[in-house]
Design a protein around this ligand. Structure first.
Ligand code: BTN
Length: 269
């Protein structure tokens, strides 16, 4: 990892403290440990390579050296923020969307609740975790992985949703630390707006699969198909089911996919 280059890009970002690793198990694990040791708000853990990168639903997240961004940002939440925990993943989604737009003029989409899609393929994943102390949340970890170059795109047999990377779209190489700088900038912009009208309307505006037939997988056995109406004021995904009935799904133990997309490798996205 070129630490000097990284630090240049972090100068304007408000990062309070930094831990960098050439190789690590998972930046989220390191960040959770750091919170226990007293990490400040807006502290950053970043690694060039992860050997035990984790995704949602205990899935693996592969980070090959030099090819992607893998970082975990620590937030020490205010009392108000603690009431909005489920909205921190979409906050990252909005920040990544806006970063791609401002830096690359690329209008990505947010697959509810929080994957980032380019041309319908997954380019970035988000894993938000909370650190607890005596039944109180004392820190939030925003874990973000962004595929930058072709080497970051995992093999098809490990795929849960068709993957892509940023450089797929552009001829010139993309500086991953510039992408990081921009994402951090937009996290700071969106943070005070979390849960606001604007927050929900922007999330809604960039939502993937709107008005399309989608399938919600509740568990390995139960799936529900409906038309994606959008999100409600609690961030739940609203589907229109048969006979025009609406049903809202909480962010949590559900998977979303377009209804006509067959399972890849028999797994859920
Ligand atoms: C997903 O799509 O399921 C979420 C993937 C999140 C991956 C990032 S990479 C940085 C951070 N460290 C981890 O172990 N996971 C997150």
């Amino acid at each position: 990892m070129n630490k000097k280059h990284l630090i240049e890009f972090l100068k304007t970002t408000g990062i309070q403290e930094l831990r960098t690793f050439d190789s690590i198990g998972s930046t989220n694990d390191e960040a959770l440990d750091w919170i226990d040791q007293g990490a400040p708000d807006f502290a950053l853990v970043i690694a060039d390579h992860q050997t035990k990168g984790r995704g949602r639903f205990d899935r693996r997240w592969i980070t090959e050296p030099g090819s992607s961004l893998a970082f975990s940002l620590i937030l020490i939440p205010t009392i108000q923020e603690k009431t909005n925990l489920p909205l921190f993943a979409p906050l990252c989604g909005l920040a990544i969307h806006d970063a791609f737009l401002s830096l690359l003029h690329l209008d990505s989409e947010i697959k509810w609740p929080n994957d980032i899609l380019i041309d319908g393929k997954k380019c970035s994943g988000i894993l938000v975790e909370a650190a607890w102390m005596d039944n109180e949340i004392n820190g939030i970890v925003l874990g973000i992985g962004i595929n930058i170059s072709a080497e970051s795109v995992p093999p098809l047999d490990l795929q849960l949703f068709p993957p892509t990377c940023l450089e797929n779209r552009f001829k010139n190489p993309i500086d991953r630390y510039q992408v990081l700088q921009e994402v951090l900038k937009f996290i700071q912009i969106w943070r005070p707006l979390i849960g606001s009208k604007r927050f929900f309307s922007e999330w809604q505006r960039h939502l993937a699969f709107k008005n399309q037939n989608v399938m919600i997988m509740h568990s390995k056995k139960q799936s529900i198909i409906g038309i994606e109406k959008g999100i409600d004021e609690q961030g739940r995904l609203v589907l229109i089911l048969e006979e025009n009935q609406e049903r809202a799904f909480e962010v949590g133990d559900v998977h979303l996919r377009p209804a006509d997309q067959s399972l890849i490798g028999g797994k859920h996205a």
